[in-house]
Write a protein of this length. Structure first.
Length: 308
């Protein structure tokens, strides 16, 4: 039981990194990026190409891949996402669906359909572990990835709360029009947020390539996990995204104790339960708002009659 909880927490750190970019895009740009999972796979494929073809070490490949993914996010926001947002709610969704299909087929043409992994290029780290009291084994690589996830999300939290760019991001996410009146360049903020979000997706893809295998068509499943973690933790909150990722990882790990086939299903069930609760709360608050408005109208009319 304890070992499953530990493994679930470590898995949840990975899900938090995977979901952070999706949450940031929606919270700041108000944009649901359905190509998020395929962008994560693209980051993994670029890192694999740098290692396998150019012969770079894994740390150097990661250091080069993340700026490339950030630049891609900036370019996508500049030339595609900004224009699609002007077309209403449906156009951005169709745009990202088309982008996802283009990324999948482009990676298939460039890299083939073989499964790939970075695990063979990190030596014994891919299977090394620590033995804890109680005959519990914890892999070193998942622990390092979890620590990296905490550092990355913590650094991003500090950027958003302690820097001028972070204040501009929060102001734009809260009220773009009011932020623009105060001199905030919303276009620049959106492009910066997109760059960070795509870089986080690339980091999550590299994490997946380190701990498992990827193919050009692994993106849709990653998108599902990211979306579930965002909904469970709350959209637009890094702290909530971390908690949502941990909850999803724990659900899958504990579900695997019941049955290996129930592992993923347990995470989906948790997502559906949280979604149903949030929808019922939203409906209740909406009904309460209507009741309050109705009561205010009745009281105003009563006061007017007394004055008359």
């Amino acid at each position: 039981m304890l070992e499953s909880i530990i493994q679930g927490i470590l898995l949840g750190g990975y899900y938090a990194v995977l979901a952070a970019g999706l949450s940031l895009m929606f919270g700041v740009v108000r944009f649901i990026n359905l190509a998020h999972g395929d962008m994560a796979v693209l980051g993994a494929m670029i890192a694999l190409w740098l290692v396998q073809v150019l012969g770079l070490g894994v740390p150097w490949a990661i250091a080069l891949t993340l700026p490339m993914m950030a630049a891609l996010g900036w370019l996508l926001q500049r030339f595609i996402f900004e224009r699609s947002l002007k077309g209403g709610f449906l156009i951005p969704i169709l745009t990202t669906i088309g982008l996802a299909a283009a990324l999948q087929n482009g990676m298939f043409a460039a890299f083939g359909s073989d499964t790939r992994s970075l695990g063979a290029y990190i030596g014994g780290l891919s299977w090394a572990s620590w033995q804890l009291p109680g005959n519990i084994f914890v892999g070193k690589l998942p622990v390092y990835m979890f620590a990296t996830a905490l550092v990355v999300l913590g650094a991003l939290h500090l950027v958003l709360t302690r820097t001028g760019f972070g204040r501009a991001v929060r102001a734009t996410a809260s009220d773009p029009e009011a932020a623009a009146l105060c001199g905030v360049d919303a276009i620049r903020v959106h492009r910066g947020a997109a760059a960070i979000a795509v870089a986080l997706a690339g980091l999550a893809g590299i994490f997946l390539a380190l701990r498992a295998q990827v193919t050009p068509f692994s993106g849709p499943m990653l998108l599902i996990f990211a979306f579930e973690a965002v909904v469970i933790g709350g959209i637009g909150s890094l702290r909530g995204t971390l908690l949502g990722g941990l909850a999803l990882g724990l659900a899958q790990s504990l579900g695997g104790m019941i049955s290996p086939q129930f592992s993923l299903l347990a995470g989906h069930c948790l997502f559906l339960v949280i979604l149903a609760v949030r929808m019922s709360q939203g409906a209740a608050s909406e009904r309460g708002g209507w009741r309050a408005a109705l009561m205010a109208t009745v009281l105003n009319r009563a006061q007017m009659r007394r004055r008359a």
